[in-house]
Ligand binder design. Structure first.
Ligand SMILES: [Zn+2]
Length: 349
């Protein structure tokens, strides 16, 4: 099959629990934090009721009081959703904590959870590693990925890919066995504001495969636009809930975070369902309810933008759409998009 070429358009990822239309933002379900029980108990509309799919990290699930239920009843039943669920191995969080999981245990848990797509256990790299350390971690990630694929037994598995340069990404991908359903590109977070690097890595990954590619931990609007333009299929984000924890409201027009809500008398207007019934006074309540409502507003903004990106793509107007968003407040939108455009042009020349 011919490799895809820009301009990219919308796509779809089929799973046992339905199809995800791409590009899509997949909210992170961080079960081990307090407010999630309110969602799991059905007290409020949950992120998985709003988004096309959700993603959980094993790091959060395994320390969750309902981890055993996830094993026995399955993740869909525990969350109360019939939509696609992805299960990330949590390699990035385990790295930060300085611990590791056995890739075979990860595979076993992912399978027991009944997730639609599992992701291989990985050993992310950071810019401070020397060559030997980096190569060791890349080797281990590749070994873990191929081992898990060998024993996947029909479960859809995304191979985690890491690299500090396009060349490393290419070499890594060549060493992965055939049979993955898609690829998740990691180690992006430490340099996520470095747009030239980000688009270089993701553009390289896109040109290597026709399968879905996922960008781990990339959540800012500038990067979401630029990487959607480069044909990246999915993103994961928990910014909606982290921002809410800090009492930050995402401005639906300017796409910037409005901070210090307590000092404000009004908020930029929003037509999302949450803001039809709630407002500033509810959002600043120092309660779980305030946090839940604010995070749902934030998530609505993200999901609406992703829907607008897909719509613009289908009308072949994505460039014009991104440029129009760049004019409305967040300067990094233009910076990231210019980097992406340059990358596409450079590779064509
Ligand atoms: Zn709203």
């Amino acid at each position: 099959m011919a490799l895809p070429d820009p301009p990219y358009t919308t796509g779809s990822i089929r799973t046992p629990h339905g199809t995800i239309r791409t590009p899509a933002l997949i909210p992170v379900v961080a079960t081990s934090y307090g407010i999630w029980d309110l969602w799991i108990d059905g007290t409020y509309t949950a992120p998985w009721d709003l988004a096309q799919a959700t993603i959980l990290s094993l790091y959060h699930v395994l320390q969750y009081s309902r981890a055993q239920q996830v094993r026995t009843r399955g993740i869909h039943d525990v969350l109360g959703t019939s939509r696609p669920v992805l299960m990330d191995s949590g390699g990035f969080q385990y790295m930060k904590k300085g611990t590791e999981l056995d890739p075979m245990d990860v595979l076993s848990f992912e399978r027991q959870s009944g997730c639609d797509i599992g992701i291989t256990f990985d050993y992310p790299i950071t810019p401070d590693l020397d060559d030997a350390q980096r190569n060791t971690r890349l080797d281990r990630s590749i070994e873990a990925a191929n081992l898990m694929l060998e024993h996947a037994d029909g479960m859809e598995l995304y191979g985690a890919i890491h690299g500090s340069s396009p060349r490393e990404i290419e070499t890594y991908a060549e060493r992965l066995d055939e049979g993955f359903g898609g690829y998740g590109i990691g180690s992006l977070v430490p340099r996520k504001g470095h747009y030239a690097h980000l688009v270089d890595i993701m553009h390289t990954a896109r040109t290597l495969t026709t399968l879905p590619i996922h960008a781990f931990g990339i959540t800012g609007f500038p990067a979401l636009y630029a990487l959607s333009y480069l044909g990246v299929d999915t993103f994961d984000s928990w910014t909606y809930v982290v921002a809410a924890a800090y009492k930050e409201y995402i401005d639906p027009e300017r796409l910037t975070r409005v901070k210090n809500l307590k000092k404000l008398t009004s908020l930029p207007s929003c037509d999302c369902p949450v803001c039809q019934e709630h407002g500033l006074r509810d959002f600043i309540e120092p309660t779980s309810e305030g946090e839940v409502l604010l995070s749902l507003h934030n998530l609505h903004v993200y999901l609406k933008e992703m829907a607008s990106i897909r719509e613009a793509m289908e009308q072949n107007e994505l460039e014009a759409y991104i440029l129009s968003k760049g004019e409305s407040g967040n300067r990094n939108i233009n910076r990231a998009f210019r980097a992406a455009q340059m990358k596409v042009k450079e590779k064509k020349d």
